[in-house]
Structure formats: C-alpha cells, structure tokens
Design a binder for this molecule. Structure first.
Ligand SMILES: Nc1nc2c(ncn2[C@@H]2O[C@H](COP(=O)(O)OP(=O)(O)OP(=O)(O)O)[C@@H](O)[C@H]2O)c(=O)[nH]1
Length: 329
C-alpha cells in the first residue's frame, strides 16, 4: 500500500500586523488605495494580504458591495492564488482559471467564482515577503500592461510604508522574536550576530557561543503534554535571559535548542553561567525537572570564524556532554 506523507508547511515568522497597535501605518490610506485599485480595474475584489503565522491573512479588503471574502486567514495548505505569489515572490496573472487545471482545487475559483487573479508580492525592506496586493474578478480579464504597471506603483507605496515601519523598529523586533519564548529567533540571532561581533572587536573582547539542548524533552512532552512542554521552553528561555547581560544575545535556535552569545573575559564565565542556570532551574516551580546539555565555542578578538563553524564546535561539545550523561545513567 502506498503511503502519502503530508508535509506541514512552515509558517511565515510574523505576527499579524492587525494584532499590533501600529500607528505608523495610515490604515485609511491603505483602504483608499485598495478601493481605488478596485475601481480602476472595475473588479469586485481587491485585497492586501499578509503572510504570517496564521497563513495568508486579509489585512484590507475593498469596500465594494460585491466584494466577497471570508475575513481572517487561510492556512498554507489551501491552494489559493496568493500562495503562489508569496511562495515564488513574483507576480501572478491568471486571466482565466478555467484554462489551467492547477486551480481546480482553489476555493476562490470553485466557491467564490473568482476566475481571474492579478497579484503582486509586497516585500519587507529586507527583501523577505510581506504578502500581496491582488485584484480578483468573476469574469475573464485581459488587463492592459499600463494597468499592471500602475498596480506596481501602488504596491511600491505599500512597500515604502513598510520601510517606514522598519525604521520605527517595531516590526523588526517582531520578526526577530520567537513568539513562544519572547527571546530572539534564529533570524534575529543571525542578523544581530554581526553587530555583536563588531562591538566585541572594538572592545577587544572575546565572545563565547553557548549552545543548549534540553534533555529528554520529547519524553516530557509525551508524559506531561505539549502545554507543559511549552512552559518548559518558556521557563528555560527566561532563565537564560535573566542570567545574561543586556549586551548578550539570547535566542531559541529551534525546537528545544537555545543559543547565548556572551561577552566573556575568559572561559571560566561558561562555568559561572552554568552554575547560575542550574541554581535558577532547580528553584523554579514547574511540574517537570528541566535538564539540559550544553557545549560552547570561543571567538577570540581578531578571529573571523563564521557562525557555522562556531555552531559545529559547540554542537560537538554538547553532543559529547549528552553522551557522557547518557552513559552515566
Ligand atoms: N511543547 C513543544 N515541543 C516542541 C516544540 N518544538 C519542538 N518540540 C518537540 O521537542 C522534541 C525534541 O525532541 P528531540 O530532539 O528528540 O530531543 P530530546 O527528546 O530532548 O532528546 P535528547 O536531546 O537526546 O535528550 C520533539 O518531540 C519536538 O516535537 C514546541 O514549540 N513546543
């Protein structure tokens, strides 16, 4: 019997901008832009969508009586037009969905009868995808190139609003934060590593990369449940944070793995850090005992070791630590 293995799409690492109190976006202007596009194309529906942790979410919809859509988000498994724009980071123009079998399971076509779609990607200033500006129609279309170009100009207005937001730093912080533990995520760590290295060079100080991996975390999830598992991750992240200085970088690297980059006078700091961690963790009141293995790598001033090599060293060390503990038990 053949087995169909379903892959779960990775969510886009952004919180919905609708959930944030952002004053820098002129929502009224975005609304007018969307309404103008709908009028210009004489189309029943125009949207600005965001690719975020929920999937693809409608942020602004045209205010025409015939605009038909479900407010909220569509998960990444559903074959809607916008997913293709987001995935490929490029324009998509479907003049007549009937002519292309790839849309036969697209609910926008099969349920809402949107047979035509024109969508452009909207980008964050770092080039990663924010979402789409799109025009949908229930009739077959053949837009002139001048219209498509005009849509491109309107999209650039939205891009530039996002750039402004980035300057304000609100969303930058957001896209750098792991939503569960509220420490940096992988992307935040990678992006801030360079400036931390720069600072350490200028101060002529060494940096130490600490790599932590929880022990038997899968078992804790299995025995106590996923929610307690989440609590363990949160407590561990918080413990790392309170034991670090504000200039250190504390991040969740993925799953039950964490990184801390510390400005350290010498390797003795690693022992001290560990000692403080053990003390804090033993004092916290959580159902499951939190144990971890760790490794580290040193980056001396003047050295130019890349993150990959540092991680490899720290990971090998951590692995030996884990093995040693396993063989003891
Ligand atoms: N609750 C919760 N579990 C997660 C999360 N992310 C990853 N996991 C789980 O973390 C577990 C990691 O398992 P493993 O990598 O095998 O690690 P381990 O059980 O700690 O094994 P050892 O490292 O060998 O001790 C997996 O079961 C994941 O499903 C999360 O955000 N929340």
């Amino acid at each position: 019997m053949s087995q169909h293995v379903k892959t779960i799409p990775t969510p886009y690492p952004y919180t919905s901008i609708l959930e944030l109190e952002i004053e820098e976006i002129d929502w009224y202007r975005w609304q007018r832009l969307v309404n103008t596009v709908a009028d210009m194309f004489n189309a029943p529906a125009t949207f600005i969508n965001q690719a975020n942790l929920k999937g693809i979410e409608v942020i602004i919809a045209s205010e025409k009586p015939e605009t038909h859509y479900q407010p909220g988000s569509i998960d990444l498994d559903t074959n809607i037009y916008c997913h293709h724009v987001v995935e490929n980071s490029s324009e998509l123009y479907v003049k007549d969905a009937k002519l292309d079998p790839q849309w036969c399971n697209n609910p926008e076509y099969t349920e809402d009868n949107y047979v035509s779609y024109l969508g452009l990607p909207i980008s964050w200033p770092d080039g990663s995808i924010f979402g789409t500006l799109c025009v949908l129609d229930t009739k077959v279309t053949d837009y002139p190139e001048t219209y498509i170009n005009a849509l491109g100009v309107i999209k650039e207005v939205i891009d530039s609003d996002l750039r402004h937001l980035y300057k304000e730093n609100q969303l930058l912080t957001l896209s750098y934060t792991d939503p569960l533990t509220q420490i940096y995520n992988r992307r935040g760590f990678e992006d801030l590593l360079l400036s931390t290295q720069d600072l350490a060079q200028r101060l002529n100080r060494q940096l130490i990369l600490l790599y932590f991996d929880l022990d038997h975390f899968k078992e804790a999830n299995d025995i106590f449940g996923h929610e307690i598992g989440d609590d363990i991750l949160k407590v561990f992240a918080k413990t790392l944070k309170v034991n670090s200085r504000s200039c250190d970088l504390v991040a969740r690297w993925g799953g039950d793995e964490f990184l801390v980059l510390i400005h350290a006078e010498n390797e003795h700091c690693v022992e001290l850090f560990n000692h403080r961690m053990a003390e804090h963790l033993s004092a916290c009141s959580i159902k499951a005992e939190i144990k971890y293995s760790f490794g580290y790598a040193v980056l001396k001033p003047g050295e130019n070791t890349d993150l990959e090599s540092l991680l490899k060293t720290a990971d090998e060390y951590m692995y030996q630590h884990k093995l040693a503990k396993k063989s003891q038990t």
